[in-house]
Design a protein around this ligand. Structure first.
Ligand code: BGC
Length: 460
């Protein structure tokens, strides 16, 4: 069995790689815009005289906007195509970033962060959807997870940008404004790549779909474009366009459940308390501010490195093993943090335990639930409901993200910091049981085969 890199060398071509990299810029901006604000807020607070409520709103606006973006984009992805939806989100990223950079008061900034959120929510699932519909089955896991790699890189770049601009005049305006560059790259880049063959078939453009497939598979001697196209046409014929209501029909309900539980689990294990509050958690272990910030960068690097490992492994060992193994690792990390914060003695003498807990947790998320959620929701739904269903899962994910981000600190006051980590650990255990029992393996199968198999499993 060749690995991801070998398989890409054997079957990939320039167009396929270019398409996936450009689409993943959406992920980069997702990571950047959610990651940049914790650092930028320190300066915004003083500069714009934002009160506590306004500060929370500046942070939360992107998450709220993302919920609405995810809702609208399901419709747009079908109506105007995946590609044009991404052009639109790149344009909104551009306008939103510039608008944030020139904001003269907190209200204006909140408005532009809300606008940015629309683009973040849209891109968060149209990117994996677009890539999944372009990629050959054998490397789809790795290619779709380019998007998660871009998210984690975006978070890391945001940490770096905050550090780099901290002493520059107009610091926070630069921090928020530089995202206009990748926004423009996304919008312009998407104009230069084709529509997905699956969308073209559903729009009745079979000849164009064949020609795109030919170009995408031109590096692969063994590719059978006609059979691939026939399967897409067949799957499309069986599935007429559907609405949210169709998702609740008995046939689709179990698949939707898998997508929504993955979405909720991805957030309710508390990953973004680490992404958004790592410096707070670390400074509570007695570290100085600069020590806490340095270790936060380590968290960001670990997240990227383990996502790279996931990209390399997803098509080799499969989604399930990484998901299940990663969730076990997250439970170990969360329990380590919980035990650390429970014991005064450990807090006095073993600060490294908290750092270790955070790193084990983030590495395990990065290798499993992080990429696997976005990948799976792009694989398990039939074409007729794919974008609507992905949109529902994405809304659930952003809504859960919002709830966790808004409650982490106050929940800590209510049930103690260790109580919060125990709670996340319990939720991770429940998720693990669900994953073991219900999540299918999708490695190496075409999207159409995955559908057939899920349909059979439900009948049987
Ligand atoms: C999640 C984000 C999270 C990021 C961390 C993504 O898959 O959806 O909420 O911030 O991973 O790497």
């Amino acid at each position: 069995m060749t690995g991801f890199v070998g398989e890409i060398r054997r079957t990939g071509n320039g167009l396929l790689i270019r398409v996936c990299v450009i689409a993943a810029i959406g992920g980069l901006l997702f990571g950047y815009d959610t990651g940049v604000i914790s650092g930028a807020l320190l300066f915004i607070r003083d500069d714009l005289g934002a009160n506590d409520f306004q500060q929370e709103a500046i942070v939360a606006a992107v998450l709220l906007g993302a919920i609405f973006g995810a809702a609208g984009a399901g419709y747009l992805a079908d109506r105007i195509s995946r590609r044009w939806t991404k052009v639109l989100s790149g344009t909104i990223y551009l306008v939103g970033a510039l608008g944030c950079a020139i904001s003269v008061n907190a209200e204006m900034l909140i408005g532009f962060r809300l606008l940015l959120g629309l683009a973040v929510g849209t891109a968060s699932f149209v990117s994996p959807l677009y890539i999944a519909e372009m990629a050959p089955p054998k490397v789809r896991g790795g290619l779709v997870s380019f998007n998660q790699l871009a998210i984690t890189s975006g978070i890391l770049i945001a940490y770096g940008t905050n550090f780099a601009f901290q002493n520059v005049s107009g610091n926070w305006r630069w921090m928020l404004g530089v995202a206009a560059v990748p926004g423009a790259m996304l919008a312009v880049g998407m104009l230069s790549v084709p529509q997905t063959p699956r969308w073209l078939v559903s729009a009745g453009e079979r000849d164009r779909a064949r020609s795109v497939l030919r170009r995408l598979r031109s590096g692969d001697q063994g590719a059978d474009v006609d059979t691939e196209l026939r399967n897409i046409v067949e799957a499309n014929r069986k599935e007429q366009r559907s609405s949210v209501r169709d998702l609740l029909k008995p046939r689709l309900r179990p698949v939707l459940l898998v997508g929504v539980v993955l979405a909720l689990a991805q957030q309710f294990v508390g990953v973004n308390t680490v992404i958004y509050y790592a410096p707070t958690i670390l400074s509570d272990t007695g570290l100085s501010n600069s020590g806490a910030l340095a270790r936060t960068v380590l968290v960001g690097v670990t997240n990227v490195v383990f996502t790279i490992i996931a990209v390399l492994l997803l098509d080799r060992v499969g989604r399930r093993k990484l998901l299940i193994g990663g969730t076990v690792g997250m439970i170990v990390g969360l329990l380590t943090l919980a035990v650390y914060f429970t014991s005064a003695a450990l807090q006095d003498r073993a600060g490294y335990l908290a750092v270790a807990g955070l790193l084990v947790f983030i590495a395990s998320f990065a290798i499993g639930l992080g990429p696997v959620f976005w990948l799976m929701i792009s694989e398990i739904f039939p074409i007729g409901v794919r974008s609507v269903a992905m949109s529902v899962c994405t809304i659930a994910n952003w809504a859960a993200n919002f709830v966790v981000a808004q409650t982490f600190l106050s929940l800590g006051n209510l049930i103690t910091r260790q109580g919060v980590f125990y709670l996340y650990a319990v939720l991770a255990v429940l998720s693990l049981v669900f994953f073991i029992r219900r999540v299918p393996e999708t490695r190496g199968r075409s999207l159409e085969e995955v559908q057939q198999e899920l349909a059979r499993a439900q009948q049987g």
